[in-house]
Design a protein. Sequence first.
Length: 348
Amino acid sequence: MRYCVAWQSETPAGKALRGAGMIESQGRIAPTSPLAPTRVIVRAASEFMLEGVAEGMKTFGSVRRVVIFTAIVVANVQPITRSAVRTWRYADLDHIPPDSQRRPVSIMGLAGSLGSPLETTRNNVATLIEDGFCIRVENGVIVPNAVLQSPALIAMDEALSASFWKMIADLKALGFDFEQVRGRKDVDSDLGLEPGFRVAGAQGPPTRLISRVTAEFYLASILGGSAPFGGDWTACAVFGAVMSINAEAMGKSLDEAWRYARADTPPPDAVRRPATIREVAARLNLDRESARRHVHGLIKGGRVVKGDKGYLANTAYMQTPPSQAAAVEMTKAFYRMIYDLTALGVEL
């Protein structure tokens, strides 16, 4: 069997697959192409997304508040993340953007960007303000420096940073070709590379730069992935946890990762490990009753099936147009993140 995948020919993984006649190069594969390794990317991206939800749950106690808080942070720093010069001005831990550089976001604008009901968004923002996670200013709300530098938020940021680099390392181990993304013209990026932009030397690790770009990816992954769930972010996260647990072996096996790499190559039940309610709850820092209730809701909706040893994401559902469209949105968000980071000079 030969696989048409994005591959890195000079890695041990790429050489092994090519030498075995298992892959063929298809050049630079677009994120929307049927040949794109969508499942490889979604499996890795889901792990990152789930880690973000689990870390956020420790502080916010609700998936909805995790997402809304993240959306406020992302909106506040868009004037920075859209400019390569400003992004590098506030790139490391010693250079945090002042509150005056944060763009307030209105409740209506926030609800619109999230596809969330206005009153639900308003109530959740009010709770975040009451709990001291954001403040009202003229024209909207911001998450101030004092919050971002609190121990809880620093710990969450550090955990997400570790999860991001693990995702990159795991994909490298599978031979994923990051050159597929570098310098692409078809990536939907809003990054502005000012004329004459150059990365300045002798700077610290661009921790904040990476954090801002990956936060956009994290948010886009949740929003894109939750579209088939009617915007129910918790149901999306629970489904992602089931799917991720099912696919654990594929993330470690070079052969199986690429055998089931594309949208049209779903893994059969025999190679997937059933998930338990306990595992789903632990993966998301969710209480077991909430995890059980959401899993059973997913079963009722035909998205999850119950077996003798646990639960599996329904392969038939994963092949439906809405599910595959969500996977493409996550893939596009991944390509955009890698494009932005490499365009900014970050070594992956």
